[in-house]
Design a protein around this ligand. Sequence first.
Ligand SMILES: NC(=O)c1ccc[n+]([C@@H]2O[C@H](COP(=O)([O-])OP(=O)(O)OC[C@H]3O[C@@H](n4cnc5c(N)ncnc54)[C@H](OP(=O)(O)O)[C@@H]3O)[C@@H](O)[C@H]2O)c1
Length: 332
Amino acid sequence: MNTKQIVLASRPKGTPTLDNFRFENVELDALQEDEIAVEGLFYSVDPYMRGRMDDAKSYVAPFQIDQPIEGAVVAKVTATKSDNFKKGDIVIGRLNWRHTSITNGNELHKIDTTVAPASYYLGIMGITGLTAYFGLIDIGKPKAGETVVVSGAAGAVGMVVGQIAKIYGCRVIGIAGTDEKVNMLKEEFGFDEVINYKTAKNIKEAITLCCPKGVDIYYDNVGGEISDAVIANINFNARIVLCGQISFYNTNEVPMGPRLQPILLTRSVLMQGFIIGNYEARFPEGMKQLVQWVKEGKLKSTETIIHGFDKLPDALLGLFKGENTGKMIVEI
Ligand SMILES: NC(=O)c1ccc[n+]([C@@H]2O[C@H](COP(=O)([O-])OP(=O)(O)OC[C@H]3O[C@@H](n4cnc5c(N)ncnc54)[C@H](OP(=O)(O)O)[C@@H]3O)[C@@H](O)[C@H]2O)c1
């Protein structure tokens, strides 16, 4: 059987371009005993994939030149020689960017699409939802009445962080890159205030105005000047959750900024980074809570769905241009 795949053609210098990807047709081996064939339905594109395009040591191995890109995919079992899967099962797991893959299914999990749409398992009921949940609950430790600031607020992780903080009774301030995102977060997702970092004249002052009692929890998805401005407003005993630093992902240079240690020291601030994989043993707990909140209508989702396998590279690059609201997903 012939299938289409997308490989890493070259490593980007700075911001990636479409030239860093190549489309190919490959011949798949015939299905062997205990194997299944799966067809991709929904493909996740995520900021961490940018790091995998570099040949750099990190918590996840780099993509290899001339080898397929790999990521989280929701797929349908189209043929099976395995006792563990039947034709028509909907599964999730890490798969190559291929239309059809042959696998032993060891890394795939069946999902129940009667509970929620299949794409939710890539977002609010998947890794980005769990990232929001564990980062905020475990490191942020929100308490009713506290002020929470979240950057990247209209993205997959950020909008879940804000909603969970509201469930905990916090005052929530988001930071996002367009007026449409600002309005949506306030009108549809219950954020108390949202700052457009691209039009605000002075982000530090905008945060001071929105947070008259200071910032108790900063959930950082972006880093850079936005984070400097938030940390300048940080409270005594505050917690800073280091989830992502997307503003640096396309640069190899370490940017200079204010030295933060005096602020962290004198205000007894905890700043902690984390990788969602650290919490794997607790995923069932997180999923149970997220599903319950979704069912109760306390947690809402929005997605940016791009159509067509050929659009996968565009969708990935779009994350760095703010083209998504909520989880960025490619549907086949
Ligand atoms: N620690 C973990 O285990 C873990 C797991 C998942 C994700 N993450 C991190 O969490 C962050 C959010 O991930 P996500 O999947 O939810 O992505 P996302 O927020 O859905 O998409 C990325 C968003 O980042 C914003 N952005 C892009 N470039 C920016 C820049 N230079 N400065 C400020 N904002 C910028 C854009 O929104 P605007 O329009 O607002 O600019 C864009 O829509 C990322 O940094 C990611 O690496 C970490």
